[in-house]
Write a protein that binds this ligand. Sequence first.
Ligand code: MG
Ligand code: MG
Length: 258
Amino acid sequence: MIYIKTDEEVEIQRQSSLLVGKTLAEVAKIIKPGVTTIELDKVAETFIRDNGAKPGFKGYGGFPATLCISVNDEVVHGIPGKRELKNGDIVSVDCGTFMNGFYGDSAYTFAVGEVKESVLMLLQRTKESLYLAIEQAIVGKRVGDIGHAVQKYVEGFGYSVVRDLVGHGVGRNLHEKPEIPNYGRRGSGIKLKSGMCLAIEPMINLGVKEVIQDSDGWTIRTVDKQPSAHFEHDVVVRNGKADILSTFEYIEQVLNKK
Ligand code: MG
Ligand code: MG
């Protein structure tokens, strides 16, 4: 079933989603060449717990960490560890929180030091595709309109849309119905209704769309080893304009000061 959240539930959910944005800003402060991905994870876990919440991903399906950290050709679900970030890397950081019964889920892809212009453009356009998708998350549109908006935009630059992983409903469960693919036909799929909370999350590859899972059972990477970007917001479907529950504001304040 697809849950329709009450206004009260949406406000509780908003607190979880905002905390993800604040946590990602703490992570943004320490992203630089030489930092290990497990250090980023520790900062995030401490910050989430200090704010009275729990990491949403830790233990979910057996995932061992607070953050999914995916570097360069890793698309999503990378496990934090001893890997040091290098100048020129990109790093996708996906974070979940659980507070007062609701999950927040948001992701941002960061540039580490000096990154190639073509890869910076991939990041920028993937983020732009997320906002184009959110414009479609309104009453009267359908799930296919969201995916179509992403696909049409990014394929125009020769990028490809990952098919194997999709966005989702979010709320009392980290993953709820409906699935939100980042590809699709305009006017297809279920109709969107006010109060549906969706995690919209384009995963866009510089090269081909195909991905494979590592032997660690988690990390998803591109088959052609080209970079991939990932941005995610939690939104609630409304009339005329979606309400974005998560935020990149705190992250971008940090990045603008760097
Ligand atoms: Mg996520
Ligand atoms: Mg998600």
